[in-house]
Design a protein around this ligand. Sequence first.
Ligand SMILES: *[C@@H]1O[C@H](CO)[C@@H](O)[C@H](O)[C@H]1NC(C)=O
Ligand SMILES: *[C@@H]1O[C@H](CO)[C@@H](O)[C@H](O)[C@H]1NC(C)=O
Ligand SMILES: *[C@@H]1O[C@H](CO)[C@@H](O)[C@H](O)[C@H]1NC(C)=O
Ligand SMILES: *[C@@H]1O[C@H](CO)[C@@H](O)[C@H](O)[C@H]1NC(C)=O
Ligand SMILES: *[C@@H]1O[C@H](CO)[C@@H](O)[C@H](O)[C@H]1NC(C)=O
Ligand SMILES: [Zn+2]
Length: 529
Amino acid sequence: MTESFSTLCLRFKPQYFGASLSLRAMCVSSWRMQLGLTWLLLLSFTPRCDSMPDPRQREALRKLELSRKIGGGVVLNEKEKLLDGKLYQMKRQEMAAPDFPPAKHFFKAKSLIDASPVFSLLQKMPKGAALHVHDFAMVGVDWLVKNVTYRENCYVCFTDDGSVRFVFLSTQPKVAPFCSAWVLLKSLREKHNTTELDNSFIRNLTLFTEDPDSEYPNQDVVWKRFEQAFLVAYGLVTYAPVFKDYLYEGLRQFYMDNIMYVEIRALLPLTYELDGSLNSRDWSMRACQDVVQFFTAQYPDFIGTRIIFTVHRGLNSTQAVTVVKEAIRLQRDFPDIMAGFDFVGHEDSGNPLWYFKEALGLPEELGVHLPYFFHAGETNSEGTAVDQNIMDALLFNTSRIGHGFAMPRHPVVKELARKMDVPVEVCPISNQVLQLVSDLRNHPAAILMAEGHPMVISSDDPALFGASGLSYDYYQAFMGFGGMISNLATLKELVLNSLRYSSLSPALKEKAIEALLKKWDKFVSESLL
Ligand SMILES: *[C@@H]1O[C@H](CO)[C@@H](O)[C@H](O)[C@H]1NC(C)=O
Ligand SMILES: *[C@@H]1O[C@H](CO)[C@@H](O)[C@H](O)[C@H]1NC(C)=O
Ligand SMILES: *[C@@H]1O[C@H](CO)[C@@H](O)[C@H](O)[C@H]1NC(C)=O
Ligand SMILES: *[C@@H]1O[C@H](CO)[C@@H](O)[C@H](O)[C@H]1NC(C)=O
Ligand SMILES: *[C@@H]1O[C@H](CO)[C@@H](O)[C@H](O)[C@H]1NC(C)=O
Ligand SMILES: [Zn+2]
């Protein structure tokens, strides 16, 4: 069906072209009727020739539009309808409050969200999977400072640009470039106010500040701080014993937020021992396997973790060939835990995907399958080389798109993604803190959500933003760009999507979804008490 809405209007309601401005705007827009059903629906109304639009037609249009949103096809049972009604009231009340959290910077909104009844319900909601989180940003930084830096043999040095670095070593470490002499933290703590020292470490490990607008005047500044914070955590997290504990603690924090499965974008750096010796990358993979096995033995309703191997997009094309070969090897040697490959880092200042085309074509050339999970479209620079990343991600058969913030600006690519059933991983708080959008009601995912584009919600780097798990991001999606039309059906579809679009095998996926639906029913019943 290719007949346009304007023809339809002309045929039935010519008088509206003179009479109603808003309807004229609607009619002349080139909205194409794509569903035969829609066509029939509209045809079945007898046109009225007075000045009032037909209320039945109005209602039919409204329903049609609602049916397209995420959750538009979900049928709620009686209990779910009751909870939906309750949720609607809670939502309305919070929307009416003068201090609306999604409209503020997360650093200022967090305490408001913590006090929100909707948030508290979202925390209890089983959220399925977290599909977009990074290995060094899963665990709240308090744990890094209060637990990890208090371990034996921890040294600290102070960099020329006001930051810190950590290392564990059995002997005095050699001086690092641009850093003071290494000091044993234990002896430093004896001489200093420990509370103040620890707080300064916490500030170095997150982006949190009371005044984000003046501290981070632009994206480059905030990205610089972001990469700096990774370097601070690096020396702590790559110490072999901490590497395992960190992963365990990360899984625990996600599990506590009612998440049953996690896919981690992991740099898989080489870990080191107390004598300074380095372990292989295979050691890291085996460590992940061991930790996940240990964790699932303790929490049997947690189904596991898979790793997406990531490298920085600052690499050159020759280096990229080497790492893609390494990814292929890891995929072959660790098929259970290895999910695929991706690039990380600030998209605007890194190499675009097309620059890596030889490396990315390698698996197919070699006749092996290496699934891709590309970050793409985490930008608001329209029309640059980087802005082609979403298209190129799809051309390289990506399984999901990390962020896809630029998606609504690419109508053809958007249609292609939908045909290929490739979801976007929307991370609202990350996009706000890294300055792609300020008021989350204006997040482009609002459009994608309204048209039912495949989507999952994730948290990217919760530890760096002072968030945790997924609940804060669900809150922003549900209250911010979800608006009043997103409801319990929306949440149910988003939660199910997280497992549907995971890299789990079809058999495991089916089992996981079954388990999730049981948790969901329990959540609905308990929330009605
Ligand atoms: C640090 O964490 C480890 C592993 O999670 C735990 O065994 C240990 O008791 C913790 N130590 C402190 C000081 O909290
Ligand atoms: C350490 O600093 C904190 C915060 O500035 C202060 O409240 C506390 O009294 C200080 N402790 C000591 C022992 O000086
Ligand atoms: C990082 O830690 C150093 C040393 O304690 C401190 O001087 C500096 O202010 C901290 N940086 C931030 C951003 O708080
Ligand atoms: C990439 O970097 C490596 C090491 O720095 C260098 O040997 C190689 O020539 C570079 N390749 C390209 C295409 O620039
Ligand atoms: C594209 O990716 C999917 C899912 O990972 C896979 O099943 C399919 O074989 C891939 N197709 C090509 C042409 O690589
Ligand atoms: Zn990311």
